[in-house]
Design a protein around this ligand. Structure first.
Ligand code: NI
Length: 224
C-alpha cells in the first residue's frame, strides 16, 4: 500500500522546520548507508550532531506520529527518529531497498514502512521524484510541502536526479505491529469503513459491529 497523507505539517510548522534546517550543516549521505545503498546514494543529510535536532524531531515526528491516518495505516510499534535529507542539482538515489533492520545495538527495529515528509514545495526543484515499484506498476511521487507518503520498505524505489533547485525531505521508518503488509492494508480498509460509519450513523448496530471486528482483528494480528 502506498498512501499519501496531505498536510501533515501545517505552514507554521513548516516555517519553523525550515528555519531550523537553515542553521544546520549537511554531510555526505553515504555515511549512513548500508553496503548496497552506498553505491547508488548521492545526497546530503543533516549533521546528526546538530544542536537543534531534538526540537526539529519534535516538530516533524510529533505531527506525523499523532496523525490519525499515520496511526491507522502504519500501526507503528517502533518509529525511528528521522533523517533530514537534501538533494541539490545532480544528486539522486538509485534503485534500492531500504535496510531491513535499523537502529543502534539495543535499539534495533525492523523497517516495515518507509515515510517521506516533503519539506519544500515542488516548484523549487525539477526532477527529484520518488519512484516506487509496486505490484501495480511504478508510482512517481512529488508532493506539496508538508505532505507525507508511506510505502512498504520492501519495495524497490529511487529518487530521480535533481536537475534544478533543491529538494528537502524528512525520511523515517516504522516497525509495524502488523508485519504482513496485506493484513495492514485490510485493516486500513476496515478502519476507513468504520470511520465512515461512525460519521454517518454513529448509533447504528452495524457501526458497533464493524467497530468490534476492527478492534478484535487488530488484537488478533498485533505482535508486540
Ligand atoms: Ni530508500
Amino acid at each position: 500500500m502506498l498512501l499519501v497523507i496531505p498536510a501533515v505539517l501545517d505552514s507554521a510548522r513548516l516555517d519553523q522546520v525550515r528555519s531550523l534546517l537553515d542553521q544546520g550543516e549537511f554531510v555526505d549521505g553515504r555515511l549512513s548507508a548500508g553496503d548496497s545503498a552506498r553505491r547508488v546514494k548521492r545526497n546530503e543529510e543533516l549533521d546528526p550532531g546538530f544542536r537543534h535536532l531534538q526540537q526539529l524531531n519534535h516538530l516533524v515526528m510529533g505531527a506525523l506520529v499523532q496523525h490519525p491516518l499515520y496511526q491507522a495505516a502504519a500501526m507503528p510499534y517502533r518509529v525511528a527518529t528521522p533523517y533530514y535529507v537534501r538533494y541539490t542539482r545532480g544528486m539522486a538515489y538509485g534503485d534500492h531497498v531500504d535496510d531491513p533492520v535499523m537502529g543502534p545495538p539495543g535499539g534495533q527495529y525492523r523497517s516495515d514502512i518507509s515515510t517521506s515528509v516533503f519539506l519544500n514545495p515542488p516548484d523549487q526543484y525539477d526532477g527529484g521524484e520518488l519512484v516506487v515499484r509496486t505490484s501495480y506498476g511504478q508510482q512517481s511521487i512529488k508532493l506539496a510541502a508538508g505532505d507525507a507518503v508511506l510505502y512498504p520498505s520492501s519495495s524497490l524505489h529511487h529518487i530521480n536526479e535533481i536537475t534544478r533547485g533543491e529538494r528537502l525531505v524528512a525520511v523515517t521508518w516504522a516497525q509495524s505491529m502488523l508485519r504482513d503488509p496485506q493484513r495492514r492494508e485490510l485493516l486500513f480498509q476496515l478502519y476507513q469503513a468504520r470511520e465512515t460509519l461512525r460519521a454517518s450513523q454513529p448509533e447504528s448496530e452495524v457501526s458497533t459491529q464493524v467497530d468490534q471486528v476492527y478492534v478484535n482483528l487488530t488484537r488478533m494480528w498485533s505482535e508486540l
